[in-house]
Ligand binder design. Structure first.
Ligand SMILES: Cc1ncc(COP(=O)(O)O)c(C=O)c1O
Length: 388
């Protein structure tokens, strides 16, 4: 999902703020994850614009190497089908009855998170004279969508009576698999195993795809791999938390940069930006960068964030505005119009990560990546050398 740039502008004259996505790194990350979980299949989670990396291009690039795609909502699945992506796609989110025919028409796998929804899917499929592919969703301790583990048998039994549904999968989702303390994750895993024992007890074949592991579990709970794993953040080269073991080596695929648009020298006691939250006590040099919270560079990072210019990590000062922000070069710092500014990525010996931005903003790297606005163009590279 790339914002269209106006045709009157020569691409060289566009605002030089862009995100670079290294597709080779993405593929390598997928390969490394696959090696870790083999023989389990891998569902690549491409929801939320592929965690900000651009769903269309990422899907085209990864689909030949993936077994399944996971998205959050119907629209994301339809978009992928309209692009010609023909590998299986599971919509992980909750759905409404009215949407069911669209799923079936587009060969999208449905999440059945209640008996009522499952029966509606069966009815719709009968009407359309087409089998619906369904994964049953079990809640083992997230208290989000899904049938509670202690009543899962009602969903499993109902599925046995559905004639127009292929119950291909059954799954659950971890709440704490990226934590140092895996007690709750292990409890969820035990509950899911208990739910799955229904099939053995009744001598019925289990659905072909049992799955539960997100990035945290891939790193820390190999016993949760089952038939398929569902990596999101790890695929993009970012670890789900500081605590999670780094048992798989991945490389961040995304970098974000801009260019200095203005240079000025400022006198002491001349506050910078809205609210006058920062001023220098000595004469200093300031540069303006054409990036702001309208691009997804969170205002909460004001006076905390750092950027790299000419290989030096420098502090952002004053409130971050919608489209611009100011960086302090210091009294004799250098940096002029047109200099590259790294917001996420590497320059010289310095590096800034999505985790750094998350720390400055008081959030998690997931939120940083998924909030990079679509007005920031994504540039795709397959080169090994890139400033990530
Ligand atoms: C159901 C489900 N599976 C897998 C994932 C991927 O999670 P992660 O990015 O932590 O690997 C998500 C993401 O939120 C999800 O909702």
């Amino acid at each position: 999902m790339q914002i269209n740039q106006p045709t009157i502008i020569n691409s060289e004259n566009l605002r030089p703020t862009h995100v670079k996505v290294n597709l080779t790194y993405l593929c390598n990350n997928l390969k490394t994850i696959r090696e870790r979980v083999t023989p389990s299949k891998v569902m690549v989670v491409l929801k939320a614009n592929a965690y900000g990396h651009g769903m269309g291009v990422v899907a085209r690039h990864l689909a030949p190497h993936a077994d399944y795609i996971g998205v959050a909502v119907l629209e994301e699945g339809i978009l992928l089908r309209e692009m010609g992506i023909n590998i299986p796609i599971l919509v992980l989110g909750g759905i409404w009855e009215e949407q069911i025919p669209e799923f079936i028409k587009h060969d999208l796998t449905l999440t059945a998170s209640s008996v009522e929804r499952l029966l509606q899917i069966d009815q719709a499929a009968a009407f359309l004279k087409k089998k619906a592919i369904v994964h049953l969703k079990i809640d083992t301790g997230m208290e989000r969508i899904g049938v509670h583990y202690y009543s899962a048998h009602t969903l499993q039994e109902a599925a046995l009576g559905c004639k127009h549904v292929d119950v291909e999968g059954i799954y659950s989702h971890f709440a704490n698999s990226d934590a140092a303390d895996l007690t709750h994750a292990r409890l969820q895993l035990a509950r899911f195993n208990e739910v799955l024992s229904f099939y053995e007890k009744h001598a019925i074949p289990a659905p072909r795809l049992r799955h539960m592991a997100n990035s945290g579990a891939i790193l820390q709970l190999p016993e949760a791999n089952f038939d398929m794993v569902r990596p999101g953040i790890l695929l993009y080269g970012v670890y789900p938390s500081d605590e999670a073991q780094r048992s798989v080596q991945v490389t961040p695929a995304l970098s974000w940069s801009s260019k200095v648009v203005y240079f000025k020298e400022t006198k002491p006691k001349h506050p910078v930006s809205y609210g006058s939250t920062w001023q220098s006590d000595v004469p200093t040099r300031l540069v303006t960068i054409p990036v702001g919270y309208g691009d997804g560079y969170f205002r909460a990072m004001s006076n905390k964030a750092k950027v790299i210019i000419r290989g030096v990590k420098l502090p952002q000062v004053g409130r971050i505005c919608m489209d611009q922000m100011v960086v302090n070069l210091g009294i004799d710092g250098t940096g002029y119009n047109g200099d590259e500014v790294v917001l996420i990525g590497k320059q010289g010996d310095e590096r800034i990560t999505a985790e750094d931005l998350a720390r400055w903003a008081g959030t998690i790297p997931y939120e940083i990546l998924t909030n990079i606005n679509t007005r920031v163009p994504r540039i795709y590279t397959t080169l090994e050398r890139s400033n990530v």
